[in-house]
Write a protein that binds this ligand. Structure first.
Ligand SMILES: Cc1ncc(COP(=O)(O)O)c(C=O)c1O
Length: 369
């Protein structure tokens, strides 16, 4: 198996142990029935940045509340960016990350957009190494489970004026998790949103900042009320072009074997899964085309059978088939409402690499433990 051994810059993190850490029995109980994002490990990593001193005080400390002054800038101006990646337990007992350097780079791009300091990639990697090494017994081994890692940056200076913060905290928390969508590979339904937009030209759509997700909740609530699982956003400029879902990129498979996905246009998040899926599709001798896709093309293609499959992808939900799409003026079933062969093959191939069931010919997996 190809793997990149972790460097051990992790020593740079001093460890303050949690005196109330879970006992092995308590941990085993918590790992029994995992949902997504509700259980947390005993520790978290933290690095503090100040305008005068830069990044310093790298530490692992007990997981717990982070007391904050009510005038902290993140509470008022949403100076927050985050990442999401998973640590996978392999059958040989080792623990691996999937392309973590891509998350380190994206966190830097997101931080830049919000005028937050960019965490050096070495600190990002070292924080994960240090935390996952310490918390390795929290990495579950049941099918489709993982240790979900949530690195984030918040503005913590105490000042109500609007300016880039002079104090910022980077935190990394870890959550043993089960599948994002319960019930296995079940097609989801998506509401194509006409009234609300997720991002506009020159906005923050390409950044993984909390504000984007806050703004997506009203459309998500309304989609639920209409009986749909997820929202598909269109571009704000023309209202015609597909962009992405609230937390996933989107692909459409054509009967002629080409696979389409919206081009990176500054509004959508450049998914790590998206670029990996594109590579896997090409390696199955299918052609991937990144370009503008109109809603009309998608809808008519699904209706005529020219588009046979639609799927969404992201770290949390992996590769998820779309079975139904609707909006104010249409409703279509995709591929008879069943997951299609390309979707299932890509999902299988990706998860086989992530869980070490297939050789990692791309050098995507990074060994931590
Ligand atoms: C808006 C949005 N698009 C796409 C993705 C997929 O990105 P990735 O594959 O890096 O998880 C995510 C998830 O992080 C997201 O929040």
């Amino acid at each position: 198996m190809t793997d990149t051994a972790a460097s051990s810059t992790a020593e740079a993190f001093r460890v303050v142990r949690n005196p109330h850490a879970a006992t092995p029995e308590e941990r085993a109980k918590k790992l029994e029935h995992l949902n997504f994002g509700v259980t947390f490990t005993d520790h978290m990593a933290r690095v503090t940045w100040t305008a005068d001193g830069g990044w310093g005080d790298r530490r692992i400390e007990p997981y717990g509340p982070i007391p904050m002054d009510p005038a902290s800038s993140v509470l008022h101006y949403a100076q927050e960016v985050f990442e999401g990646l998973k640590a996978y337990r392999w059958a040989d007992g080792s623990v691996r990350l999937f392309r973590p350097e891509a998350n380190a780079a994206r966190l830097q791009r997101s931080a830049w957009r919000m005028a937050l300091p960019e965490l050096p990639a070495e600190d990002f990697m070292a924080s994960i190494q240090a935390l996952v090494e310490l918390e390795q017994d929290w990495v579950p081994d049941a099918p489709e489970t993982s240790l979900y890692l949530r690195p984030f940056l918040i503005g913590t200076d105490v000042f109500l004026g609007l300016r880039p913060p002079k104090k910022v905290d980077y935190l990394l928390i870890a959550s043993p998790s089960g599948p994002y969508f319960s019930g296995g590979v079940k097609p989801v339904s998506i509401w194509v949103e006409r009234d609300y937009h997720r991002a506009g030209p020159g906005g923050t759509g390409a950044a993984k900042c909390g504000g984007n997700y806050a703004a997506s909740l009203r459309p998500q609530v309304e989609a639920y009320e209409r009986g749909y699982d997820q929202v598909l956003y269109l571009d704000a400029a023309s209202g015609q072009l597909l962009e992405e879902l609230g937390g996933m990129n989107v692909f459409a498979v054509r009967a002629d074997g080409t696979v389409l996905t919206p081009i990176i246009n500054g509004n959508i998040l450049e998914g790590v899964t998206r670029s990996s899926v594109m590579q896997l599709i090409e390696d199955q001798n299918l052609k991937v085309v990144e370009r503008d896709i109109t809603l009309a093309e998608l809808r008519e293609g699904v209706e005529s059978g020219e588009i046979t499959e639609v799927f969404a992808c992201g770290t949390a939900a992996i590769v998820t088939p779309v079975g139904r799409m609707g909006s104010a003026d249409f409703e279509v079933t995709v591929g008879g409402g069943e997951p299609g062969p390309v979707t299932l093959a890509i999902r299988q191939r990706l998860t086989d690499i992530q869980y070490g069931r297939a050789e990692d010919t791309y050098g995507w997996m990074h060994r931590v433990v």
